[in-house]
Structures are given as structure tokens and as C-alpha cells.
Ligand binder design. Structure first.
Ligand SMILES: [Zn+2]
Length: 258
């Protein structure tokens, strides 16, 4: 990430993160504002002016604060092509590029369907805003797609440079680590990440952003081709089968009480 950019995770709702990305001049973009109040508070506290809103998918916990933030439409909104996002927006899809003048930011739009059919990510400046598709040590539920689609979307994200900072939509890391240990317990990177995530949460700090390289090392949903996951899921026929089985088990997983 460039030195003159600042990234801030704003906790919202139960366990969402709204992301702020600001330049040195104090102009900021906001990604997935599920509610407005904590975003307004963060903008005021950090002395930032809102320049644009980027949305990854239509779920209310990612868009619910948008109308209250955009001052009657003065602030541009970028969103996937989905009529479940009702307000006026610049509609973007895979292969498009978001070009902002002030702050001067550029993002490539990646189509990453599976959690929802029109889910997108924004990649630029060494950062990816990936909504509810890739979480740290986990991935989103498949509500509107197939395991094949979701795995292809995760493959697309995992192909970004290793130093890319993953900015996801929820704080699920500690629970995700507990699930990951059920299939990848001997992975030292997972052990390290688990300890780190617990320590961060104990002091109320976010566990994200995290580097994509770390995710490739720890996240079972990005590790379906590794010997560890192949061995853990001997009945699955192929990588899509392993991914689908991991996702099925995670849907049923309840973390042990802390
Ligand atoms: Zn969602």
C-alpha cells in the first residue's frame, strides 16, 4: 500500500467492518457502509471528507448506511449491477475500472460471484476490498451460487500479489481459526495466526487487514490443493468436492465456548 494512504477498519453492526481509505489531503472513500453513524463518527474523528462510496454486494449489512451518507446523491456510489441496490449508482462489473480524481484512486473490479450472484471486489493500491467472499481464514456462505463459482471467485482473489491487504466485511477470524484447526491442525502458520488473532481480539483490535500471503498459508478454503486438506478429506473426489465439503462442514460448525 502506498505510504500516503491510510486504511481504517470501522466496526459496525454486530461484527461488520466498514472500510475507510484516505489520502494525505484528508479525502476518503468508504466501502460497504452497513450503517451510517459509526462511519460519520470515524470521518469526524479522523478529520476526513467523504469522496465516494464503493459497495461489494447488496446485503443490507453492507449498504444500509449509504443513503444517509451520500447527501442526497452528491457523493458518487459505485455498485454491482443489481437492482436490489436501489439508489443511483455507477454500475460496475468484472473488468471495469473505478477511476477517482480526488482522492486520486483507481480500482480494478473483479467479479466474485457465489455469496451473491453479483458480488464484486475492488482491487488497487495493494488492497482488495472483498466483502463477504474471502474472510480471514474463511470464506462467505454460498447463498446464490455454486461451490464451483465460489471456488473460482476465491481462486481469482488468491491470484493477486501476496502482499495485497485483504479487507473483508466481517470479524470472524477467531471462529474461522477454530474451524480450520479441524482440518489443518498441523499447519504452523495456522497456529501462529490463531494466537495472533486471539491476542488482537482480547484487546479489542481488528484482525484485518491481513496479507493475502498469510491467507494462502492459513485459510483452508484457499488450501484445497494442499496435501493437508487432501488428506483431511479423503472422500472428496476433486478440489471442488473438497471445497464444497469444507463449506458444508463450516455451515454446521459451532465454535467451542471460549
Ligand atoms: Zn453478505
Amino acid at each position: 500500500m502506498s505510504d500516503d494512504l491510510r486504511i481504517i477498519a470501522v466496526p459496525a453492526l454486530a461484527d461488520n467492518y466498514v472500510w475507510l481509505l484516505a489520502d494525505a489531503s484528508g479525502r476518503a472513500i468508504v466501502v460497504d457502509p452497513g450503517e451510517a453513524a459509526p462511519v460519520r463518527a470515524a470521518l469526524a474523528r479522523e478529520r476526513l471528507d467523504l469522496a465516494a462510496v464503493l459497495l461489494t454486494h447488496h446485503h443490507p449489512d453492507h449498504i444500509g448506511g449509504t443513503e444517509a451518507l451520500i447527501q442526497g446523491g452528491q457523493t458518487p456510489v459505485y455498485a454491482p449491477n443489481d437492482d436490489r441496490i436501489a439508489f443511483a449508482a455507477h454500475r460496475v462489473a468484472h473488468g471495469d475500472r473505478v477511476e477517482l480524481d480526488n482522492p486520486p484512486l483507481q480500482f480494478d473490479v473483479l467479479g466474485i460471484p457465489g455469496h451473491t450472484r453479483t458480488h464484486i471486489a475492488y482491487h488497487g493500491h495493494g488492497i482488495v476490498f472483498c466483502g463477504d467472499t474471502l474472510f480471514s481464514v474463511g470464506c462467505g456462505r454460498i447463498f446464490e451460487g455454486t461451490p464451483e463459482q465460489m471456488l473460482a471467485s476465491l481462486d481469482r482473489l488468491a491470484a493477486l500479489p501476496g502482499d495485497t491487504l485483504v479487507c473483508c466485511g466481517h470479524e470472524y477470524t477467531v471462529t474461522n481459526c477454530a474451524f480450520a484447526a479441524t482440518v489443518d491442525a498441523d499447519n504452523p502458520s495456522l497456529t501462529r495466526r490463531t494466537a495472533q488473532a486471539r491476542a488482537l481480539r482480547e484487546r479489542g483490535a481488528p484482525t484485518v487487514p491481513v496479507s493475502l500471503a498469510d491467507e494462502r498459508a492459513c485459510n483452508p478454503f484457499l488450501r484445497v490443493d494442499t496435501d493437508a486438506i487432501v488428506t483431511a478429506l479423503p472422500d472428496a473426489p476433486d478440489r471442488v468436492g473438497r471445497f464444497a465439503e469444507l463449506r458444508r462442514r463450516k455451515d454446521e460448525f459451532r465454535a467451542p465456548a471460549a
